[in-house]
Design a binder for this molecule. Structure first.
Ligand code: IPT
Length: 986
């Protein structure tokens, strides 16, 4: 087939399309949709490797025999065509703009639709919500038009091209076009008609586009709902009605394209209470219904205000993504996302990095989410071409005059589509495309077109030398992954400042994120820090069925054999691909809980409750359940239902707290929802706070004295200590136990090991290189001296040793003192000296292999979620009972997981351990090596033992997979340490 090469011409973006308009589906006077959704399973489809091989399928007499069937909307890669590919920054084709590969996969779509005699009298429009990347349209063999911009709609007037009866719609979709250079978003690259296609039937005269604004006079407590008709077909008589639920508030005719409704004492919209009015725009034969949230957005003294009140965005970045359908998401999928977000206290979404489905903003307005609505622009790959850089080529497209129109077009399309959605509070020019004149111009257009919202763009920090940038149109100082130090530095600088936002932070890849609370402290400390958006909402993967062992298989970059790819960098969400929450979601949820408590006066039992909401009094929203527990045993519990605190203020409550509690006494306050909300239920748990009521003190670990005396024997290799029930062997070369037998039963299946390594987490991806250089993954013990003696039936072993890897000097020098009594109890006290020229340690501790059947676990420490020194927002101290498989967190790419921080005592099977100070532990059926070696969870093979790590400490997890380095306070980097543990076997 021969096509006009619009797809390699950045100055021809659309042919035969209608002017942009806001998103709506027109209704008839009975308020029934004047539209037909053409989506369905009855589309015919032919896949071709290039344009030349496509037959003239659009022609009426084309023989469609060879065509198969394909559901629309869909991405053809998810249905067995072409190649799945995940790439982040690097373009999946040679960088030669505006040209694209000649081997440019094509999808030829045919759909037949019927038009009745009545419909034939109407104007007919074809409305494509999203097609990736560009497409040509024919009706009944005649060319209708062309469009590109994957994530924004394109509309064609097909009146006069159709006939009563059956009509043939033919659409040719190309995988790449010159616009693909602007769609280099970090995601699986998918193609096809991936959003709905509507056939609209409209009267000859109708409203095409309108703008609603809602200025508020706060002093007079009144608002104005202003309607402006921007475009109409013909010259229809237009009236508007404003409704508050079923009450008609006003009705007026549009004059000079304008109508306006005063609203006294308006109920304002905000994400916590998303109240909307209903606007009806009526022409004689048609009604457009627009929900209207009355709210304002502005900045005062460097603070973002909504309805004149400071707000904090507790957000996430969201892609339209499904492991089953790729970029196709249904409303139900989206509702599922929104529901989990609400349940997790999330109040904001950045639509990274393109307009999400056109009805998503409607849902956000309806259910209460602030949105950063982003244009379909990212040209990150320009920075990674040969000789490229962020200071140079990164900004290629935003500087290139031939792409000027395309950039403006993309920005306009995103703004115009969603401009009547109150949920949208920031527009965003796109992501990671550098800065330059094209962006400046697009930014100025936005501010001029819509002065009622704020404008965001992060990549303003990157521009080629010599360009004198104008960023005056950008309202906020946006950063991604700024460290806490950088944020402090921004606010420490004197002078006026734009509000600060982290459009991406807390990179939620794998086991993490670990730095949430440090950022939260800053968000609450600085008025000008309006919040942040976690990168990102969901893991992207493709579902590939079940493995032989029954586990579901999720695939990421590289699994389809593609090049280039970015591995599992797409697996960085707060939820798994199928939306099961990651531990990180629970962390984020509690970090952004609506109430934070402070134990103000321990003696009097005064607790201060801070209302962290921006609009709601906690009075009607929250009740508290409190409980006081000692070593997991409930001492007292109760409810507090009468609370009152205005947003951003506090209230004090008093509880009778035990005067002299025993050890491990904790007060926990759990916040619950008082009434049903649109997406959440009455009684829904919103978060908690916990306070230790007993003091932290070191425990003296003592061996019980009773027990049959041990006898000690020695060989060149081991010390053997025995009585009638105990038979232990201590390896003189290993510095630990090789055999532990009690009552004739082997307590361990392999020698006890000193261990410093962990299966690298995704967040360890950088530091693990240094760990490996230091040999932490392959260190061995060298014992210099080891002595044992027996005194009153108790054996004492002292041992000097070091840890080092082949060809590398020791990184740790240790002195351990072991005591073993006739009951088989083992106490160890170890002093360590670290060579500080080495990187910080992943962990330090003792590793046991227990027999496989030892599955029951009890621990007193942080649970029930996996917890680390920097990741325990979702956890609290209690006594938890579980089983080994339940401790495993099944990350799609296996890695260190399931540790529990701040434990005082644990029991796994027959092994009991307690520390003089809190320690960390994990119990897993997988070895560290297995977790490191395997690329997918379904490949993991159990070791046949239960591997228990008891750790003096384990370094935090952080978010260095993309965020800053692990903060120093979370690193195991002491130059000296002392650790004491007591182990017992049943
Ligand atoms: C940055 C991108 O904006 C986002 O799309 C995603 O790639 C994320 O971070 C990483 O997962 S890119 C990064 C190199 C700053």
């Amino acid at each position: 087939m021969i096509l006009e090469k619009f797809y390699e011409n950045p100055e021809i973006l659309h042919v035969g399309t209608e002017e942009n308009r806001c998103y709506y589906v027109p209704l008839d006077v009975q308020e029934k949709e004047n539209a037909r959704n053409l989506s369905g399973i009855d589309w015919k489809f032919g896949y071709y490797p290039n344009v030349e091989s496509v037959p003239e399928f659009y022609k009426k007499d084309f023989d469609e025999e060879a065509f198969g069937r394909l559901e629309v909307p869909s991405c053809w890669q998810m249905l067995g065509f072409d190649q799945k590919q995940y790439t982040n920054i690097r373009y999946p084709f040679p960088f030669d703009p505006p040209f694209v590969p000649d081997e440019n996969p094509c999808g030829a779509y045919i759909k037949y639709f019927d038009i009745s005699a009545a419909e034939a009298k109407k104007e007919q429009y074809l409305y494509f919500e999203g097609v990736d990347s560009c497409f040509y349209v024919w009706i009944n063999g005649k060319f209708v038009g062309y469009s590109q911009v994957s994530h924004s709609p394109s509309e064609f007037n097909i009146t006069g091209k159709t006939k009563t009866g059956m009509n043939k719609l033919a659409v040719l979709v190309l995988k790449w076009c010159d616009g693909s250079y602007l769609e280099d978003q970090d995601k699986f690259r998918m193609s096809g008609i991936f959003r709905d296609v509507h056939l609209l039937f409209r009267p000859a005269e109708h409203v095409r586009d309108y703008t609603v604004a809602t200025p508020v006079d706060f002093e007079k407590n009144r608002a104005e709902v202003e309607v402006r008709i921007n475009e109409a077909a013909g010259n229809p008589r237009i009236t508007c009605e404003l409704w508050d639920k079923d009450n008609l508030l006003g009705e007026c005719a549009v004059e000079d394209g304008k109508a306006s409704f005063p609203v006294e004492a308006p109920v304002l919209w905000n994400a916590e209470e998303p109240y909307q009015y209903i606007l009806k725009i009526k022409t004689p034969e048609e009604i457009l219904i627009q929900r209207v949230g009355i709210r304002t957005v502005n900045i005062k003294d460097g603070v973002v205000l909504i309805n004149n009140r400071p707000v904090k965005f507790k957000g996430v970045n969201r892609h339209d993504s499904s492991p089953y359908t790729g970029a196709v998401v249904s409303r139900m999928d989206a509702m599922f996302d929104l529901r989990i977000m609400k349940e997790a206290n999330i109040n904001a979404i950045r639509t990274s990095h393109y307009p999400n489905a056109p009805w998503l903003p409607e849902l956000c307005s309806e259910y209460g989410f602030y949105m950063i609505a982003e244009a379909d622009i990212e040209s990150h790959g320009a920075a990674t071409i040969y000789g490229g850089s962020t200071e140079g080529t990164f900004s290629y497209f935003v500087q290139d005059p031939s792409y000027k129109m395309a950039i403006l077009d993309r920005v306009q399309r995103s703004v115009i589509r969603d401009k009547n959605q109150c949920g949208v509070i920031f527009w965003s020019l796109g992501n990671e495309s550098g800065f330059g004149t094209n962006m400046e111009e697009a930014g100025r257009w936005v501010k001029n077109y819509d002065p009622t919202r704020l404008l965001h763009y992060e990549s303003v920090h990157f521009q080629p030398e010599g360009h004198e940038k104008d960023e005056s149109m950008l309202d906020v100082e946006s950063h991604m992954y700024a460290s806490t130090q950088q944020i402090d530095a921004y606010f420490a600088e004197p002078g006026e400042k734009k509000p600060f936002v982290q459009c991406e932070f807390i990179h939620a890849m794998g086991n993490g994120p670990g730095d949430i609370e440090d950022y939260m402290q800053q968000i609450y400390r600085y008025d000008g820090f309006c919040g942040g958006f976690v990168w990102e909402w969901c893991d992207h993967a493709t579902y590939e069925g079940r493995a032989e062992n029954g586990k579901e298989m999720f695939h990421y970059g590289g699994d389809a054999g593609e090049f280039p790819h970015d591995g599992n960098f797409c697996m960085d969400g707060l939820v798994f691909p199928d939306r099961r929450p990651h531990e990180g979601l629970y962390e984020w949820k509690n970090a952004i809980r609506p109430v934070r408590a402070e134990l103000l006066d321990r003696k009097k039992g005064v607790i201060r409750l801070y209302n962290k909401l921006d609009f709601r009094n906690i009075k009607d929203y929250i009740y508290i359940h409190y409980e006081i527990k000692e070593e997991g045993i409930l001492l007292e519990e109760g409810m507090i239902e009468d609370l009152e605190a205005a947003p951003h203020s506090f209230t004090d409550i008093t509880l009778k707290l035990p005067g002299k509690p025993k050890d491990h006494c904790y007060l926990k306050l759990t916040y619950y929802q008082k009434a049903k909300d649109k997406l959440t239920q009455i009684g829904h748990e919103l978060g908690f706070d916990q306070f230790a009521l007993s003091e932290d003190k070191d425990v003296r670990l003592t061996l019980q004295k009773n027990g049959e005396p041990l006898t000690l024997t020695e060989t060149p290799e081991v010390f053997r200590m025995e009585n009638s029930s105990v038979c232990y062997e201590f390896g003189k070369k290993q510095g630990s136990f090789l055999k532990l037998e009690k009552n004739g039963k082997a307590c361990i299946t392999a020698p006890v090991e000193w261990n410093v390594y962990r299966a690298p987490t995704d967040n360890d991806r950088n530091i693990v290189l240094s760990w490996k250089e230091a040999g932490y993954d392959r260190s061995v013990v060298k014992v210099y001296g080891c002595e044992a003696r027996v005194k009153q039936g108790t054996v004492a072993i002292t041992c000097d040793f070091s840890m080092a890897a082949v060809y590398i000097q020791p990184f740790l020098r240790l002195h351990a003192v072991w005591s073993i009594n006739g009951e088989g109890e083992i106490k160890v006290a170890v002093d360590g000296k670290r060579d500080t020229s080495f990187p910080f340690l992943p962990r330090f501790g003792l590793k046991f292999h227990l027999p496989q059947e030892e599955q029951e676990v009890t621990y007193l420490g942080y649970g029930p979620h996996e917890s680390y020194c920097d990741k325990h927002q979702a956890s609290y101290v209690d006594v938890f009972h579980t089983i080994v498989p339940q401790l495993h967190v099944d990350y799609v790419r296996p890695q260190e997981n399931g540790s529990h921080y701040n434990c005082s005592s644990i029991q796994v099977g027959g092994l009991q351990a307690s520390g003089s100070r809190p320690f960390s532990f994990s119990a897993s059926e997988y070895t560290i090596q297995e977790l490191e070696a395997k690329h997918h969870n379904y490949e993991l093979e159990p070791s046949g033992s239960v591997i228990v790590c008891t750790d003096y400490k384990q370094s935090g997890v952080g978010s260095n997979s993309c965020g800053p380095e692990l903060l120093p306070q979370y690193r195991l980097d002491e130059d000296q340490f002392h650790w004491e543990m007591l182990y017992r076997f049943e």
